[in-house]
Write a protein that binds this ligand. Structure first.
Ligand SMILES: CC(C)(COP(=O)(O)OP(=O)(O)OC[C@H]1O[C@@H](n2cnc3c(N)ncnc32)[C@H](O)[C@@H]1OP(=O)(O)O)[C@@H](O)C(=O)NCCC(=O)NCCS
Length: 185
C-alpha cells in the first residue's frame, strides 16, 4: 500500500528539491520553460511569456493540496534559484507504479545534476511512499535523458515505436526505463 506524503523537501549535496512557490515564475521561465532547446523533446512548451509560466506554477501550487502530488522545483543551493523541475507525471496506486519526468536549465547540463535529483526522488518515492516500480521515458533522439536514467539505476525495458507525435509533426519512438529492483538500495 502507498503512504502518500506529498512533495516534501529533499536535500542533496548541491540541491534543494522543494515545492514550487509563486515567485519562481521568473526563474522558471528564464532558466528552462521559455527555452526552445530545453523543450525540444518535451510534449509542451516553450512558454511564450512569464504569464504562461505563472499559470503553470499556480496550478501546481493548487495541486499541492492533494497528498499524491509530487512536483519538485530543483534549486541549486549556490545560487538559491530554481533551475529545473522533477515530478511524478502519472501514477497508478493499484500497481504501485509511477512515471517521472524532468527538465533542467541548459546552463547546468552535463554536471550530473539531474542524476543526483532522480536518485533521491526515486529513493523517496520507494522508501517513503511505497512505489514498487518507477518508470521514465525519453525520445530516442534525446539520449542524454536515457543516460540519466541509467546512471540513476534504472534498467532499459523497451522501445515504444511511433508512440506520440513531436511538435514538429514527426513520429516519436520512445525508450522506456524502469527501476523495480531495490535490493541494492
Ligand atoms: C536530459 C537532461 C535532464 C539531463 O540533465 P543533466 O543534469 O545534464 O544530466 P547528467 O549530467 O546527470 O547526465 C547527462 C549524461 O548524458 C550525457 N550526454 C549529454 N549529451 C549526450 C548526447 N547527445 N548523447 C549521449 N549522451 C549525452 C552526458 O555526457 C552525461 O553522461 P556522463 O555523466 O556519463 O558523461 C537535460 O539535458 C535536460 O533538461 N534536457 C531538456 C529536457 C529533457 O530532455 N528532459 C527529459 C525528457 S525525457
Amino acid at each position: 500500500m502507498l503512504l502518500h506524503k506529498g512533495t516534501n523537501s529533499i536535500e542533496t549535496r548541491r540541491l534543494l528539491l522543494r515545492k514550487f512557490e509563486k515567485n519562481d515564475a521568473k526563474d522558471m521561465f528564464h532558466n528552462w520553460a521559455g527555452d526552445i532547446e530545453v523543450c525540444k523533446y518535451l510534449s509542451w512548451g516553450p512558454h511564450k511569456n512569464i504569464g504562461v509560466t505563472q499559470m503553470r506554477i499556480d496550478s501546481w501550487i493548487n495541486q499541492y493540496d492533494y497528498e499524491d502530488t509530487y512536483i519538485w522545483a530543483i534549486e541549486y543551493k549556490n545560487v538559491n534559484q530554481a533551475i529545473g523541475s522533477i515530478s511524478v507525471e502519472m501514477n497508478d496506486d493499484r500497481t504501485l507504479s509511477c512515471e517521472i519526468g524532468y527538465c533542467l536549465s541548459k546552463e547546468y547540463w552535463n554536471r550530473g545534476i539531474m542524476t543526483e535529483a532522480l536518485r533521491v526522488v526515486m529513493h523517496y518515492l520507494h522508501y517513503e511512499i511505497g512505489y514498487e516500480k518507477i518508470v521514465a521515458k525519453h525520445d530516442i533522439l534525446n539520449p542524454a535523458s536515457g543516460k540519466v536514467m541509467q546512471k540513476a539505476g534504472m534498467e532499459f525495458e523497451k522501445v515504444l515505436y511511433q508512440t506520440s507525435r513531436r511538435r514538429d509533426g514527426t513520429l516519436c519512438d520512445c525508450a522506456v526505463y524502469a527501476k523495480k529492483n531495490w535490493d541494492e538500495g
